[in-house]
Design a protein around this ligand. Structure first.
Ligand code: ADP
Ligand code: MG
Length: 621
């Protein structure tokens, strides 16, 4: 077959362009990326050989070969190799979802985009930061024939048949002018020591093995530096940030395993993908098995990175049987306990640092409250919430400790945004009485809260629901309370008004009722006791989880202390209630807006509002 020419997938072209033109401050990381790929390739060949011994299980090694004269650096491995189609797929398209996420985030602002590369890394393509041309000579283990992939990184690549002794891959980087430093053995030795020392396969430079070449996780904790952990995290987690937390444990007993796990400090791009895949790599007796083991960790810990190496799982077990192995379930439950336990420690000792973690991953961890009843209580203790009671985040224990006298429920409100929630009319009466309300803004909150029901014997109660009985609490401020009483005494009987409003609104509301929860707003909407919470219903509708278009009818509550309501009360009494119908609709619509609900007839709303403004202005003049 003669030489074939391919154009890069448009996205790769874009990526290469950015890579080539960014003044990447850490361009030397291309060495780390190529070594990392070589190591992955060896891992994959070793695994393939478990089931197909013919694929060989020799001594794996990675060789760096600089050539000053030719101005090249090559990185060779005897790993799994690639065939023709692999080359097209892996090196011609965006194979890693990370690169796609990177492209999605591009803003077009050169400086910002450059910073992004640092955050994502671009794997194999990083070689084009220093290269005129990159050649990949490769032969797949178990396949026949070798291939040469060549590209100058400017839009196209070629593939042609070639010769290679034995399976594996040699990536040769032809260095651009000014990049000669990467042919200097001392510089290379330093780079390997800095970035790739933890690679468990020998990395050779000439005759010397430059790296430690033993699995980092098997080494004694005391001898491992923070930087070594960090570089291992970069490699095993395909990550580029610093780990927020490292958990390195050797567990011995009925089951023996080692875990070297990391919590990232930056939210990985794939956190909210529908598959919710966990990413920790599983090894058995030092042999890499899979980075896609469903049973190893629950989905709500999918932000974890790193490895678990077990002595007790069978080496030749298939990935599918593995997932159902009871031993794996035991390892999993041990890991979950350890991770949650460490988080608890951190939350107690370093609340500020913990708040950072919670900001990144709290919404994911909370899925566990809902999905994992066995660990529910441990996760509830870790949860943090915005609240009306303090500036920062509060735990449920904080909340319970601060509960008002006579308070026996945990009050909450759910919505999209804590700032907006804090301004909800439903909160007015709670604020006046100094009763703290949790402001819950993650979609999962509505779900776990209905699944859990209570914390330390205190039921969760939504403030957007009827029955959130405030009368038994005194106003925080004695003056307020006096005024409150005065208002109540003065308040005219509003039964007539309630009936008239309900009459005007017809089937748009379930009921109109006098409220104890309002201080400043004239009206608000609440769910009747026993009905679905408003925010939950809205969310379920958005996700097409609710059938039928009949929304649950809500209760309109009116504020007996508000001058507008009192005036309307007088009108209703006097029978001169010409303007009452319009007012009823305006009260309802503004209550909808305050609750984040859509206004079903915006045109009618604006007409009524305009008319009300006009008559108000006339009154002024
Ligand atoms: P990642 O390593 O995150 O998957 P890269 O851009 O570094 O992304 O590499 C892209 C893909 O190219 C790899 O997933 C792998 O399939 C293939 N590849 C790269 N280098 C090698 C190699 N030395 N041997 C075998 N396959 C390789
Ligand atoms: Mg890679």
């Amino acid at each position: 077959m003669s030489k074939e020419t391919f154009t890069f997938q448009a996205e790769v072209g874009k990526l290469l362009d950015i890579v080539a033109h960014s003044l990447y401050s850490h361009k030397e990381i291309f060495v780390r990326e190529l070594i990392s790929n070589a190591s992955d390739a060896c891992d994959r060949r070793r695994y393939a050989a478990l089931t197909e011994p013919g694929l060989g299980d020799g001594e794996f090694q990675i060789t760096l070969a600089p050539d000053k004269k030719a101005r090249t650096l090559s990185v060779a491995d005897n790993g799994i190799g690639m065939d023709h189609d692999d080359l097209v797929d892996m090196l011609g398209t965006i194979a890693r979802s990370g690169s796609q996420a990177f492209l999605d985030k591009l803003s077009g602002d050169a400086a910002k985009d450059r910073a992004l590369i640092g955050q994502f890394g671009v794997g194999f393509y990083s070689a084009f930061m220093v290269a005129d041309q990159v050649r990949v000579l490769t032969r797949k283990a178990g396949g026949d024939g070798a291939w040469l992939w060549t590209s100058d990184g400017k839009g196209s690549f070629t593939i042609e048949e070639a010769e290679r002794e034995g399976p594996g891959t040699t990536v040769t980087v032809h260095l651009a002018k000014g990049e000669k430093e990467f042919t200097d053995p001392d510089r290379l030795r330093h780079l390997v020591k800095t970035y790739s020392d933890h690679i468990p396969i020998p990395i050779l430079l000439g005759e010397d093995t430059v790296n430690e070449a033993s699995a980092l996780w098997t080494r004694d904790k005391k001898g491992i530096t923070e930087d070594q952990y960090k570089e291992f995290y970069h490699h095993a987690g395909h990550a580029f940030d610093d780990p927020w937390m490292v958990l390195h444990n050797r567990v011995e007993g009925v089951l023996s395993y080692i875990n070297l796990l990391f919590i990232p400090s930056v939210r990985p791009f794939d956190l909210h993908q529908a598959e919710r895949k966990q990413r920790v790599r599983l090894y058995v007796k030092r042999v890499f098995i899979t980075d896609d083991c469903e049973g190893l960790l629950p989905a709500y810990l999918r932000f974890m990175r790193g490895i678990v190496d077990s002595e007790d799982l069978a080496l030749n077990i298939s990935r599918e049987t593995l997932q159902n192995d009871p031993k794996l379930a035991k390892i999993r439950s041990g890991l979950v306990k350890r991770i949650l336990g460490q988080l608890k420690k951190k939350a107690e000792k370093q609340p500020d640092g913990y708040a950072e973690f919670w900001g990144n991953f709290g919404a994911v961890l909370k899925e566990g409250i809902y999905e994992d009843p066995a660990h529910r209580d441990r996760i509830l203790v870790l949860a943090r919430f915005a609240t009306t009671g303090s500036e920062g985040l509060a735990s449920l224990d904080d909340y319970v400790r601060r509960m008002a006298q006579g308070q026996d429920a945990i009050y909450y409100i759910t919505g999209e945004d804590s700032g907006r929630l804090a301004g909800s009319p439903q909160l007015e009466g709670f604020r006046e009485r100094g009763i703290e309300v949790l402001l819950l803004t993650d979609p999962i909150d509505d779900f776990w809260i209905s699944a859990v029901g209570e914390y330390q014997g205190k039921p969760f109660k939504s403030v957007t629901r009827g029955g959130a009985d405030l009368d038994k609490f005194e106003a925080k401020d004695k003056d307020d309370e006096k005024e409150d009483k005065k208002k109540k005494q003065e308040a005219p009987a509003l039964d007539g008004l309630c009936a008239a409003l309900k009459d005007a609104l017809g089937d748009a509301v379930k009921e109109v009722r006098v409220s104890g929860r309002l201080t400043d707003s004239p009206s608000c909407l609440v769910a009747d006791e026993g009905d679905m919470d408003m925010h939950l219903e809205r969310m379920l509708r958005q996700h097409q989880q609710l059938q039928g278009d009949l929304a649950t009818l809500r209760v309109l509550e009116i504020n007996p202390g508000h001058s507008l309501i009192r005036r309307l009360g007088e009108l209703a009494e006097s029978g001169e209630d010409g303007a009452l119908a319009d007012s009823a609709h305006l009260l309802l619509d503004q209550a909808r807006i305050a609750a984040g609900e859509p206004v079903p007839d915006p045109g009618a709303f604006s007409r009524r509002l305009t008319a009300a403004m006009e008559s108000g202005l006339k009154g002024e003049g």
